[in-house]
Design a protein around this ligand. Structure first.
Ligand SMILES: *Cc1c(COP(=O)(O)O)cnc(C)c1O
Length: 417
């Protein structure tokens, strides 16, 4: 039988699975002399084994359900069992923690990441930090899975919800007294509202609330909430971090050792774990995160610029646009504007559906953040009732921008009656 992990309330181990610095297992930016590496270099080099003659450059995928025991009592750092940790997870976790701000001396120290079986598993883990019956302040518009999960919890009396417009800082402040947790998503999916991250983290903490940020849309290359003091960052690793539409994964990152221990225990005891092959694929995808985010963001800004004023559209949302309500805030707190553009069709639902069925290069599909450009009318999902019926979310990929424009503009032309 596997040993149960230590209770969340016990002191965190001084060394163990997911530690940011474990030179016996993984090299890379954990080395103090390398602490000033730029994010692009971290994305390429973190979570790699130490360079050793005749050893593999990459870790092999650790397909194992259990690890051979040391003799006597369990030692800190023992791997134990495949539901507790796995070297393939740890490699990705080290790289993500480094990107979210864990290994740089002038930034947040001690960040640690935990990989989960999906973004929703990571979100469920973060929500488990709420006390029973606690009050959750959250964005009115957010990822529909997050909203569905908390609605179910609220119906069963497990949480009290206070939905707010997350870009309205005063409204969030007014909702905070007595709240146990502030949930931030910025930019929001799919409305692209931009929350004032530094102000909201400070306000949340002043009210005694834990602050969780869903950083899926921005990625740590564009926005690092831990630097602003956020307690936990969650990701759908399915999206940009893995980047190739071939895995479903999630992650939670925190610089607080107690929260890390609690989330790790949650993952272990709820079995919310990823497969080693998915972890390997995600790390392989992460190696090009900086290139993908840069190209997709440039393509998105160019397409958004061309779409503004298009006769088939009533609205274009992208924080790069000078008139976008989130532009100034995004320019101040992000290192780029991301690659999601939301458009609203003048011809309503029919036009939005026509657009989705008319594209040839773009793919009509849910999900986002892959190398390929995709689009979807979000209200085809009944769980997204706060989103306008005629809104189509574009996830701009890394293809040639003229090819993307040619296909999109031809499909848009077909939407007018
Ligand atoms: C997709 C998504 C999620 C959920 O992640 P899964 O990997 O699909 O479980 C959470 N938050 C945001 C912003 C997302 O886009």
């Amino acid at each position: 039988m596997p040993q149960p992990p230590p209770a969340a309330t016990s002191a965190p181990p001084t060394a163990g699975p997911g530690d940011p610095v474990d030179p016996t297992r993984l090299a890379g930016p954990a080395d103090p002399v390398e602490r000033t590496l730029a994010p692009a270099t971290v994305a390429v080099s973190a979570g790699r084994p130490a360079a050793t003659a005749n050893a593999g450059l990459n870790l092999p995928v650790a397909f194992t359900s259990t690890f051979v025991a040391s003799h006597g009592a369990k030692e800190p750092g023992d791997l134990v069992y495949g539901r507790v940790t796995n070297p393939s997870w740890e490699a990705f976790e080290q790289a993500l923690a480094a990107l979210e701000g864990g290994l740089s001396t002038d930034r947040v120290t001690g960040a640690r990441a935990l990989l989960f079986g999906s973004g929703m598993a990571a979100i469920a883990a973060a929500l488990s930090l709420l006390p029973e019956g606690g009050t959750l302040v959250l964005p009115r518009h957010a990822y529909n899975g997050t909203l569905g999960l908390v609605d179910g919890l609220a119906e069963r009396g497990r949480v009290v919800l206070r939905p707010v417009d997350i870009d309205d800082t005063e409204a969030v402040r007014a909702a905070l007294p007595g709240a146990a947790m502030l949930w931030i998503e910025t930019p929001t999916n799919p409305m692209l509202e931009v929350a004032d991250l530094p102000a909201l983290v400070a306000a949340g903490h002043a009210a005694g609330a834990l602050v969780v940020v869903d950083n899926t849309f921005a990625t740590p290359l564009l926005q690092r909430p831990l630097e602003h003091g956020a307690d936990v960052v969650v990701h759908s690793v399915t999206k940009y971090l893995s980047g190739h539409s071939d895995v479903v994964l999630g992650a939670a990152v925190t610089a607080d050792a107690d929260l890390h221990a609690t989330l790790h225990t949650y993952r272990t005891l709820n079995g919310a774990i990823p497969g080693p092959m998915e972890a390997f694929l995600a790390l392989r995808g992460l190696r090009t995160l900086h290139l993908r985010v840069e190209r997709a963001g440039a393509n998105a800004a160019e397409l958004a610029r061309r779409l503004v004023g298009h006769p088939a559209l009533t609205r274009v949302r992208h924080p790069s646009l000078p008139d976008d309500p989130g532009h100034a805030r995004a320019a101040a707190q992000m290192d780029g504007f991301g690659a999601i553009v939301s458009i609203e069709l003048a011809g309503g639902v029919d036009a939005a559906e026509k657009l989705a069925s008319s594209v040839r290069l773009w793919v009509h599909t849910t999900s986002l953040g892959g190398v390929e450009s995709t689009l979807e009318r979000r209200r085809r999902h009944k769980e997204a009732p706060t989103v306008p019926e005629n809104l189509v979310r574009l996830s701009v990929g890394i293809e040639d921008v003229e090819d993307l424009w040619a296909d999109l503009s031809a499909a848009l032309a077909r939407t007018s009656p």
